[in-house]
Design a protein around this ligand. Structure first.
Ligand code: AMP
Length: 216
């Protein structure tokens, strides 16, 4: 069982790499962003409370996301967990350490996906996904073969995130540098950090991630 964190700014490719690991290594992806969007769509009380905060690109409270992760950890995963978009603050990182310890587990690697700011803005501005299967596309670099139809599953509900706009993205990047990037030092000091070049093609990034995991 392997537990890893994918760390990096919005648009670094954390979700894309997490999905590959799910397919290839039977690991379970825990994306707090996906969980929060799901809560919003299904109209739960918590979902309603976080909707505006998310639309602005700010972080929701530590208590909410730690609670979401705690629930999922209790369900277990034989292949291990991929933490995607969590932790995003030092408090969340401490909480994750304590929760894993309570389950007699720990972190095997923290993989920082490094991407230039200019590339993040370009990637996020054109991004859309298939609502049915989650496949990620881009207006310029990865359009669907047939406009409006998912190449992967044939779904026709293609969706742009409410916070994938210039204004919210500016806030999301600021939140990342202010509150999340200190985690790079936090995990480096614990000897758990590895960095991969996120500017490379997805296949090359996946190979670099695999190398980190297989080296352990
Ligand atoms: P993501 O899909 O990871 O980009 O997350 C989308 C949004 O959900 C973020 O901009 C935050 O508003 C919220 N969010 C997701 N994960 C966290 C987290 N670990 N801590 C606080 N807010 C989060």
């Amino acid at each position: 069982m392997t537990n890893i964190i994918l760390l990096g700014p919005p648009g670094a490719g954390k979700g894309t790499q997490a999905k590959r690991l799910v397919d290839e290594r039977a690991m379970v992806q825990l994306s707090t962003g996906d969980m929060l969007r799901e809560a919003k769509t299904s109209g739960t009380e918590m979902g309603k409370r976080v909707a505006d905060v998310m639309a602005r690109g700010e972080l929701v409270t530590d208590e909410i996301v730690i609670g979401l992760i705690e629930e999922k950890l209790d369900q277990g995963a034989s292949g291990g967990f991929i933490f995607d978009g969590f932790p995003r603050t030092l408090k969340q990182a401490d909480a994750l350490g304590a929760l894993l310890a309570r389950h007699g587990a720990g972190l095997d690697a923290v993989i920082e996906i490094q991407v230039d700011d200019a590339a993040l803005v370009a990637r996020i501005s054109g991004r859309f996904t298939c609502r049915t299967c989650g496949e990620v596309y881009h207006d310029e670099t990865r359009p669907t073969k047939t406009p409006g139809v998912c190449d992967n599953c044939g779904g026709t509900e293609l969706n742009r995130r409410a916070d994938d706009n210039a204004e919210a993205l500016k806030t999301r990047l600021m939140e990342y540098y202010k509150k999340t990037s200190p985690l790079i030092g936090y995990y480096y000091a614990k000897g758990q950090l590895s960095a991969v070049d996120g500017m490379a093609e997805p296949d090359a990034v996946a190979a670099a991630v695999a190398k980190v995991l297989d080296k352990r």
